[in-house]
Structures are given as C-alpha cells and as structure tokens.
Design a protein around this ligand. Sequence first.
Ligand SMILES: [Zn+2]
Ligand SMILES: [Zn+2]
Length: 217
Amino acid sequence: MDNLKCNRLTCRKALTEKAVVTTCSHIFCVDCANELFNASRLCPACETSLTEPDDVVVCSLHPSNDYKTSVLSGLNPTIILEICSRAMSFWQYQVHQEASFQHAVYRNVNEKNAQLQKQLDNVIREANGEISLLNNKIAELERDLELERRKAAGLQDSLKDRDKEYQKLKVLMILSHCVRTITGSTPSTGTVRQDQTQSPPGTQRSRWRDRCSWYRK
Ligand SMILES: [Zn+2]
Ligand SMILES: [Zn+2]
C-alpha cells in the first residue's frame, strides 16, 4: 500500500501531500479534517476525545530533506526509536484497517452477488415454467388444428360424394324429361296431337335435340 486513505468512509481519498493525523491513529484529508474538527473535537472514526493541542496535527507526507534532517535531530536515540515505533504502529494499524475494510467490501459484494444469483435462478425457473406451459399449449393447439383439418377433409369428401349424387340425379331427371318428350307422354291433350300432325318428323327431332343440347354441353 503506497498511500493511506482518508478514514472518513464517505471520502476515502488517497492521501498524497498533506494529511491530518490524530493520536488515536486515524488520518484524514485536510478538507475533511477542516470540516469535521471545526464542528467537534471528537475523532470521526473512533469518537475519541481529542482535546490536547497535539492530538490533531497536520503533517506533510513528502517532507523535504531539510525537514527530515531537523525533525528528530537533537533527540535522544531512545526517543527517536520510540517515535519511529509509534509511527510504524500507526502505519500497521492503518494497513490492518484498510484490509478489514476491503474484506468487508468483498463480503458485501459476495452477499449481493449471492442474492442476485438467487433472484436470477428464480427468474430462470419461472421463465422455464412459463416456457413449458406455453409449449404444452402449443402442442394442444396443434392437436386441435390437426383434428379440425381431418374434419374439414371429411366434410370435403362428403361434399364431393353428395355432389356426385346430385349430378347423377340431375342426369336421371333430364333423361326422364327427354324420354317423356319423345314418347309424347301426354297423348290425351289435343295440343300435342295437333303439333304432331302439323310438324314434319324432321322438325320434331331437331326440337328434341335443341331441348337436350344443353345437357350434352
Ligand atoms: Zn477526506
Ligand atoms: Zn480515532
């Protein structure tokens, strides 16, 4: 980890130049520190009371060489080591906190992922159920359609048979009519007899042909 991050959860900006550190081992960006510590002297991360002057200190994260030379100069080596030890503890605590934060984020993402996977499974299951129902309905409709087709074919055959019967009856009726006309089925009527006597035989035959010609067509 190259840079610490502002400990305010809504900020978490990477700290590169200046930062504000507290004696409770927390660190904030300057903007957040100005906002938070003006309102209260409680640490926003752990709510420790920070009332002493050195409890909240602005520090440079990239100190100049002159600063590095002078900051611990003149101090007893024991104090120097103690300062270094506390600074190292501060860093370790921050690294540990960051790891915990990332772990919590990872766990949260995993839980959300598991929830979404469950929802997705439910959606897929419901969709598969609906597809199955629709497939059954399609199969049922296809069966009904096939039955209707068969019925229609049966009706068509029946219609053809009846049409044939009708044509036969029509022929018989016409033949019967023609036979009656030729044989003079009404000899008792004076009109027919008059026609027979008045018309030459050739003319009567041609009339019969005229009457029956439409049938031959
Ligand atoms: Zn911040
Ligand atoms: Zn704190």
